[in-house]
Design a protein around this ligand. Structure first.
Ligand SMILES: [Zn+2]
Length: 211
């Protein structure tokens, strides 16, 4: 077993996030966002001297920085331990993790995009704990996102971490910007996937993954 702390560049993928680095600490980010949020609420006509609203700007700022958008900060990438494959003689076997729940946010409207991810891969000498795959999904979900980008970021980072060419990620998510505004369809969901290696080229493996 070996510990793996990814370098900054390791979280970059073929579908990169439009990120800008700034040198603000979390405390500075929270203070500045809270001040801007107070203006937004004020402009909307809310009375911030009201007990219930008083702390809302700071609450939103903390939630953005420490929780729902914490995946924008590379220092929050999960610590991972790689394990030697315990069954290397079983070459070609598929490891599948289904129904990983996540909550992300659409970057166009900043409202939730809630769904599940399925991951499958063929080990190439090493594996990681299954809960670590959930953590990687959540890390990339905790950003303002596009579903296609989220799918590729999970796929590309797992492919690199696991050192395998044979990997598949599929995501089905409900976009609340479609449910609560615009067309107001609260029934539809969106499916995206990223496949590589034998999971892309072998029809039997593909069928096994998608069934
Ligand atoms: Zn949206």
């Amino acid at each position: 077993m070996s510990a793996l702390k990814l370098p900054f560049s390791a979280a970059q993928t073929s579908f990169p996030h439009p990120l800008k680095t700034n040198n603000l600490s979390d405390a500075e980010k929270i203070a500045q966002i809270a001040s801007h949020m107070a203006s937004v609420l004020d402009i909307l006509g809310l009375d911030l001297s009201n007990d219930s609203l008083q702390k809302t700007p700071e609450r939103i700022a903390k939630m953005y920085v420490q929780e729902i958008f914490s995946g924008l900060d590379e220092k929050n990438f999960p610590d991972l331990s790689l394990l030697d494959d315990p069954a290397p003689e079983e070459t070609g076997r598929l490891i599948t993790i289904k129904n990983i729940r996540f909550c992300s946010f659409c970057e166009h409207h900043f409202v939730p995009m809630i769904g599940t991810a399925d991951v499958a891969y063929i080990p190439n000498g090493r594996i990681i704990g299954l809960s670590k795959i959930n953590r990687i999904v959540r890390y990339f979900a905790k950003r303002p996102q596009l579903q296609e980008r989220l799918t590729h970021q999970i796929h590309d980072s797992l492919k690199m971490i696991l050192g395998t060419d044979d990997l598949a990620v599929s995501i089905e998510a409900k976009h609340y910007c479609v449910a609560i505004r615009g067309i107001e369809d609260d029934n539809s969901s969106t499916a995206t996937y990223a496949l590589s290696g034998r999971l892309e080229s072998d029809p039997q493996l593909r069928t096994e993954f998608f069934k």
